[in-house]
Design a protein around this ligand. Structure first.
Ligand code: NOJ
Length: 521
């Protein structure tokens, strides 16, 4: 659990059959790359049969493999090959909703007295409209009227993604069985999609208006999702998911949860019986400066229940690429931060080579969210473009036409080129991961804030008698850290030089430089 997690977005990682969409055989081909990088586990975004309206987050069969990605045999081969390389495999579990083409929903929708009617959230309308004012994250009401039975069903996302009713015991058991199915097949755990959405208010009370809403923001933000998300009863549901995972040795339960730290940490559960790792997205949404980052680390560390293991995420398939958000130079500082903080780091594919958000022209848009709400900047295609492996056509991703365009910079920014360049961001990531693996204090040690200014963040990681000091310059200008007793050796610079330089009394950093030093004094 203290290892490094790497998110693979299977559509965009490696295509092995030339159809322009990545697949499981492609992932198998690239496993040695992940081993070379030094990560410990890969998390695959959904690979199950799906109409792909939300690219796999709309599942029509929880226990199959979508033919686009391969076969059952390919999946077994992937697990075997990954385990051989000592890589764990985490699957995406999407229990909040299914596709409207899932047989469960087809049955549920067929009549009011179908035995699966209660597996989804059906209600009569109120006063000529939907049952309440809840909004879909992807725009519009979250209620869809079904003319056949003249009731509405609830969908937190697309109307083709009806929410399951987690108050129904049979639903719970059905998903538990899905989990057991994959755990028996050898998977090492799950990342649970939108965990904080699973239970909604029993009375379906209206959500209150958001006083901070500013026109131009996404419509979903008009209301505070007080009654539709983060309900107390969700923790009972998660405790049950955890028990299923515990039926097997050494498996992990990770939750996708977008909440502030004090609410997020509740997802570790009573007596830590909830998620092992409620994803911590604080770095994804924070302003990028030393004081803001120091504060969010402090807030998070302070909120953690005793014994809870922290984690940090820098990017994913729903958010802007880090290198575009903070710039290429600061992306190196971000890498050093991610890999020197206390807790499990999660890397998003391609961030290790500095991949940028790709501009998507209107005719190339694939993301349903962007299609629903054009012009609001919600589009996620730009962070899902094909992995840049080399300078051959389509960056070595596919021999066909990729489902999303390859970044224009692929001829120079790719794995093959950066592997040859000892100062590349890829070389930095490798060095950081190797350092973290070699020095237990960087993975396990206590975090102590030493100093923070507008641009400079300095902290120490300490485990038994080993101490590392990390200094990160969030500014473009040089910065100086002085401390009378400071003594040691530089282990790594984000510029990939200064190795073994002796430090005494002060540490001088160039603009946008990060340093790790072995602290002797
Ligand atoms: C969160 C996933 O990360 C996102 O990609 C998806 O659209 C929604 N959940 C709905 O499943």
């Amino acid at each position: 659990m203290s290892g490094i997690l790497y998110q693979v977005y299977p559509r965009s990682f490696q295509d092995s059959n030339g159809d322009g969409v990545g697949d499981l055989r492609g992932v198998i081909e690239r496993l040695p790359y992940l081993a070379e990088l030094g990560v410990n586990a890969l998390w695959l975004s959904p690979i199950f049969p799906s109409p792909m309206e939300d690219f796999g987050y709309d599942i029509s069969d929880y226990t199959g493999i979508d033919p686009l990605f391969g076969t059952d045999d390919d999946f077994d081969a992937l697990i075997a090959a990954a385990h051989k390389l000592d890589l764990k495999v985490i699957l995406d579990l999407v229990p909040n909703h299914t596709s409207d083409r899932h047989p469960w929903f087809v049955e549920s929708r067929s009549s009011k007295n179908n035995p699966r009617r209660d597996w989804y959230i059906w209600r009569d309308g109120g006063e000529g409209g939907p049952p309440n004012n809840w909004l879909s994250e992807f725009g519009g009401s979250s209620w869809e009227f079904d003319s056949q039975t003249r009731q509405y069903y609830y969908h937190a996302f697309l109307r083709s993604q009806p929410d399951l009713n987690w108050r129904n015991r049979e639903v719970r058991e059905a998903i538990h069985d899905v989990m057991r199915f994959w755990l028996r097949r050898g998977v090492d755990g799950f990342r649970v999609d939108v965990m904080w959405h699973l239970i909604k208010d029993e009375l379906l009370r209206d959500n209150p208006p958001n006083p901070d809403y500013v026109p131009g923001q996404q419509p979903y933000q008009q209301l505070i999702p007080l009654y539709s998300t983060d309900r107390r009863e969700v923790h009972d549901v998660i405790a049950e998911l955890r028990l299923v995972v515990e039926e097997f040795d050494d498996r992990v339960l990770i939750g996708e949860i977008y909440l502030p730290p004090e609410k997020l940490v509740a997802y570790y559960g009573d007596n830590l019986g909830g998620a092992h790792l409620p994803f911590n997205f604080a770095l994804i949404s924070s302003p990028w400066n030393a004081r803001a980052v120091a504060k969010l680390v402090d807030d998070y560390e302070a909120a953690l229940p005793s014994g809870a293991w922290p984690n940090w995420v820098l990017g994913n398939h729903d958010r802007q690429r880090i290198a575009s958000r903070v710039g290429n130079d600061q992306a190196r500082v971000a890498a050093m931060l991610l890999l020197t903080l206390r807790g499990t780091p999660t890397l998003y594919y391609g961030d290790e080579i500095g991949m940028l958000q790709v501009e998507i022209s209107p005719d190339q848009v694939r993301d349903p969210w962007e299609k629903n709400l054009p012009g609001l900047g919600v589009g996620r295609d730009g962070c899902r473009t094909p992995m840049q492996w080399d300078s051959t056509p389509q960056a070595g991703f596919s021999t066909g036409m990729p489902w999303l365009p390859v970044s224009r910079n692929f001829a120079t920014e790719n794995v093959a080129a950066e592997r040859q360049d000892a100062t590349s961001i890829f070389s930095l990531y490798r060095a950081l991961i190797a350092l973290r693996r070699a020095r237990p204090e960087l993975a396990l040690g206590a975090f102590k804030l030493v100093s923070v200014t507008d641009s400079l963040l300095v902290f120490v990681r300490e485990h038994q008698d080993q101490r590392s000091l990390v200094a990160l310059n969030f500014g473009r200008e040089p910065a100086l850290f002085e401390a009378s007793g400071l003594r040691g050796l530089i282990l790594l610079s984000t510029f990939m030089d200064r190795m073994d330089e002796a430090v005494s009394g002060h540490l001088a950093l160039r603009g946008s430089e990060g340093l790790v030093m072995e602290r002797l004094g």
